[in-house]
Design a binder for this molecule. Structure first.
Ligand code: FES
Length: 351
């Protein structure tokens, strides 16, 4: 009596693990119909293989040189605040980083196309069972990959790739220097804002001063120091604004819970708080007037405006700093002083 042969059974029976889990398709018993393997020039000609290897490590070392150039360019084209300096710095540092990454990419592709084995293999489906041999199989795969890629054997390629990858990170680290201010003590700069006694609170971005009478119950205003608007987007505008930006809200006075030493920091139920989240500095801009909660959209920290902007939810660790305010003789809202603590996220030297 004739029995049909299960093709999968046949495949399993004919599957012979060679150097791991896969079988070369040159084995006629398991070839699913792929055309015969065509050897590349680097497989047939040792000199071509040597050239390919040389090309790969040359590209990786060129990547190292480009990363070094990016660091050098950052130093010889310093950011002195002029447009030309910013353009040169961006252009030459950018070219260095771009070429460094491009050379790694091209080198890796050439390595895989011309140097690593390109023989076709098939891996028959089989039951996935948690047997002891699974672990050995995984190790065998890595050994085969190591053997075929030459990662362990071809020291020039391996070392040059490691050097290129490490060097490609260096410009990114060095560029952090550009975040620090050109002059002055960073701790001092982070500890103070433009606000000072008598400075009017003004609409952002128009710079129009705000009268206490126009702040109605439940409203919220985005506020900048009046003098900031006079910088009219010139040098330093954004840096100062990033620190001094404020949210102004009016609450029913009987709903305000104020600390003893801050009782005179509000005016007629109007309170002003820094808009810079104390978590990592996003603008806290979503005000829910019924609950008096301020929400930071970045990581959902919530602050209770009626209770000193204390954190009631989320990752922020400190309340939003409050700006002490009052009104001047013309009824305009003015600051009583600068913030009494640094605004924004914590930093090492924060007091
Ligand atoms: S920056 Fe506001 S919650 Fe993270």
């Amino acid at each position: 009596m004739a029995h049909d042969v299960d093709p999968l059974e046949h495949e399993r029976a004919s599957w012979k693990p060679s150097s791991g889990l896969a079988v070369e398709v040159s084995d006629p018993a398991v070839n699913p119909g792929l055309p015969p393997h065509r050897a590349r020039i680097t497989d047939k000609d040792p000199a071509a293989m040597t050239r390919a290897v040389r090309t790969v490590y040359t590209l990786f070392y060129l990547s190292v040189a480009a990363s070094v150039w990016a660091v050098v360019a950052y130093m010889i084209f310093p950011l002195d605040g002029t447009l030309v300096a910013i353009r040169n710095n961006t252009l030459f540092v950018g070219l260095g980083i771009a070429f460094a990454l491009l050379a790694i990419g091209i080198g890796a592709i050439h390595w895989s196309k011309a140097v690593m084995s390109d023989k076709e293999f098939i891996e028959p489906r089989h039951a996935t069972r948690g047997r002891d041999t699974t672990r050995e199989g995984a190790v065998a795969v890595f050994e085969v990959a190591n053997e075929e890629s030459g990662f362990g054997r071809r020291a020039m390629i391996r070392n040059s790739l490691i050097a290129a990858v490490i060097a490609s990170v260096v410009p990114g680290v060095v560029l952090f220097r550009g975040l620090a201010p050109e002059t002055g003590n960073p701790v001092e700069l982070l500890s103070h804002t433009m606000w000072k006694k008598g400075m009017r609170l003004a609409h952002d971005p128009s710079g129009r001063p705000i009268k206490a009478s126009e702040v109605t119950l439940g409203s919220a205003f985005h506020v900048i120091p009046e003098e900031l608007a006079e910088l009219s987007h010139g040098e330093g505008y954004l840096n100062e604004k990033a620190k001094a930006i404020v949210l102004l809200m009016r609450l029913p006075e009987d709903e305000l819970i104020e600390a003893e030493d801050k009782k005179d920091w509000s005016y007629d139920g109007i309170v002003a708080y820094s808009k810079v989240c104390t978590h990592v500095g996003c603008p806290v801009a979503l005000y829910e007037q019924l609950t008096h909660h301020l929400l930071c959209p970045c990581h959902q920290s919530q602050f209770d405006v009626s209770d000193g902007a204390k954190v009631i939810f989320g990752p922020a660790a400190r309340p939003l700093p409050q700006l002490p305010i009052t009104v001047d003789s013309e009824g305009y809202l003015v600051a009583q002083s600068d913030f009494t603590e640094p605004v924004g996220p914590s930093f090492w030297e924060r007091h």
